[in-house]
Design a protein around this ligand. Structure first.
Ligand SMILES: Cc1ncc(COP(=O)(O)O)c(C=O)c1O
Ligand SMILES: N[C@@H](CCOP(=O)(O)O)C(=O)O
Length: 520
């Protein structure tokens, strides 16, 4: 089959760059993949015919054999940051979370196979899939399937068409508070369950779905959580009919987060300890029972989360921002972003990797302290209560992953006090956002790095917003009612109680309009 010759693949927004399956594709054959938008002068690729009424999108994908060529690519578990001479590896179909030495694992892709296609090929392929309803590529995660779980069958995928989240130009916040003109917020929280965890969970639950079909011993899937992992796990499991079990630190997560797994039918354990205590328990339990571990200790999750980094590059037409700021807790996500950027660089989609900043709450700052020590000594901390409750983590499982990521991109770690993060959240909200406190932590890091002149006014900077603000309304209510001890709540905007009569309403409105009138 000649490259680009099959109208079936073109109509699916796919290229058909393959030689017959027994022949290895030759590089010169492959690198000439055409963009679907340039194939036919100005006309887009052949339009897709409406599927028969009795067929669903999964059936349609099967009939069109959309992932027929994914056997060219493969991935396996290897020890994280292993010595190149190491031969230890595991199939993704094995149930394994740790290396023989007890260290972390990483999903390693067959980069040589991926490199048979050039950067332009991958850019065009990914671009051709954005915003479609084609199963499974309509998902921002599965639109990068070859780089995520290349070998999984489309039939096993559990997806809510997650990803493709808004990259918001923070024009007013940037200009007013930072003198910046190229500031962006990647709204990963505007998502199926309201956080970036959906990106990882679609991958993990899809693999579990596959394992169960293979009769592997997986009865349920479990996690410890500060509220977002549990929401995502329970939703994806519910959608696939798989039992989910969540360990939550009692009274330490928001009401909205608590109700999510309850509503989705998870088995919810509210445990009288903090997140680190729950994490320890779930690790022990998953070693004994047929419960698959869904926390980011499981490196599968990060394969989905890394697609947010690829998406950012894609949204900038494959130009690399100068800075990307990510709030960090268990520290899987900062590594996932690094991995996404690094793959794009290594496979020729972009020419460099941006500098990363990991932002922590000062009340839960073990990475910050480690960074400040010049990476000399890591000490877990006892994390105290923070409004950024989803990152109240003192003993992050992905500490080694985070350090590798930050060292390799000349990264920085910053911290935010409770007052700083709440003020930053309120200021951002006052410019039309509605962010979560964790994004307030990331914005505080940005403010500090701008004030120190490290981030320049014209630097293209992306702040990663990790959860939806609606999950954290109580913190906003407390702030705006000036109800927080030892906090000035400088940007509070409490509602005004007014009598129900015309005169009183007119009086307050006139005063308000006067205060807002342009001053000449
Ligand atoms: C809303 C939110 N932001 C940030 C994080 C931090 O991500 P990570 O644990 O991967 O560092 C988490 C979870 O930990 C989260 O739920
Ligand atoms: N914020 C997380 C904490 C657990 O992180 P994970 O990425 O290791 O699952 C949560 O929402 O539970």
């Amino acid at each position: 089959m000649a490259m680009g010759s099959s109208s079936v693949f073109q109509s699916w927004g796919l290229f058909s760059p393959l030689t017959p399956s027994k022949t290895k594709p030759t590089p010169q054959f492959i690198v000439k993949a055409q963009s679907p938008l340039t194939q036919n002068n100005n006309s887009p690729a052949v339009s897709k015919q409406r599927r028969p009424a009795d067929e669903n999108i999964r059936d349609e994908a099967r009939r069109n054999n959309v992932s027929h060529r994914d056997h060219l690519f493969s991935a396996k578990y290897v020890p994280f940051n292993a010595d190149p001479s190491s031969t230890e590896s595991y199939s993704l179909d094995e149930i394994v979370y740790r290396s023989q030495s007890g260290g972390l694992l990483d999903v390693q892709h067959d980069m040589e196979a991926l490199k048979r296609f050039d950067g332009e090929y991958w850019r065009s392929l990914f671009d051709s899939r954005v915003g479609k309803t084609t199963w499974p590529y309509g998902s921002g995660v599965w639109s990068k399937k070859e780089w995520v779980l290349p070998e999984i069958d489309g039939d096993d995928i559990v997806s809510a068409f997650e990803g493709n989240s808004n990259l918001f130009w923070a024009e007013r916040f940037g200009k007013q508070f930072l003198g910046m003109n190229d500031l962006w917020v990647k709204h990963c929280g505007i998502s199926h369950t309201g956080s970036f965890k959906d990106l990882g969970m679609t991958v993990l639950v899809s693999q579990v779905n596959r394992l169960r079909k293979m009769n592997r011993p997986v009865v349920g899937v479990g996690c410890a959580s500060t509220g977002d992992t549990s929401a995502a796990l329970s939703a994806y499991c519910a959608s696939a009919g798989i039992p989910s079990i969540v360990f939550l630190p009692a009274n330490r997560i928001s009401m909205a987060q608590l109700v999510q797994p309850i509503a989705n039918g998870a088995f919810v354990l509210s445990i009288d300890t903090d997140f680190d205590g729950c994490m320890q328990l779930i690790r022990e339990v998953t070693a004994e029972l047929p419960i698959y571990l869904a926390n980011s200790l499981n490196s599968l999750r990060l394969e989905g989360q890394k697609t947010a980094a690829i998406e950012i590059l894609q949204q900038f037409d494959w130009q690399v921002p100068d800075w990307v700021i990510v709030p960090g807790g268990n520290l899987g996500n900062i590594y996932a972003f690094y991995k996404g950027f690094r793959m794009c660089h290594e496979l020729g989609l972009v020419d460099r990797v941006p500098r990363l900043v990991c932002a922590q709450a000062a009340n839960a700052n073990p990475l910050y302290l480690y960074f400040k020590s010049g990476w000399k000594e890591f000490k877990a901390v006892k994390a105290s209560t923070t409004f950024a409750s989803a990152i109240q983590i003192g003993d992050p499982v992905s500490i080694d992953r985070a350090v590798l990521a930050l060292k390799n991109c000349d990264g920085i770690v910053e911290e935010a006090t409770e007052e700083e993060l709440m003020d930053a959240m309120a200021q951002a909200d006052s410019t039309g956002m509605f962010i979560c406190p964790h994004t307030g932590v990331a914005l505080t890091a940005l403010v500090k790095l701008r004030n120190r002149g490290i981030i320049k006014p014209t630097d293209r900077t992306v702040v990663v917003s990790t959860a939806h603000g609606l999950k954290f309304t109580q913190s906003k209510i407390d702030y705006h009612s000036k109800n927080i001890r030892d906090m000035a709540s400088r940007f509070a905007n409490p509602p005004l109680q007014v009598k129900a009569d015309f005169g009183s309403v007119m009086d307050v409105l006139k005063k308000y309009l006067q205060s807002k009138a342009p001053k000449h």
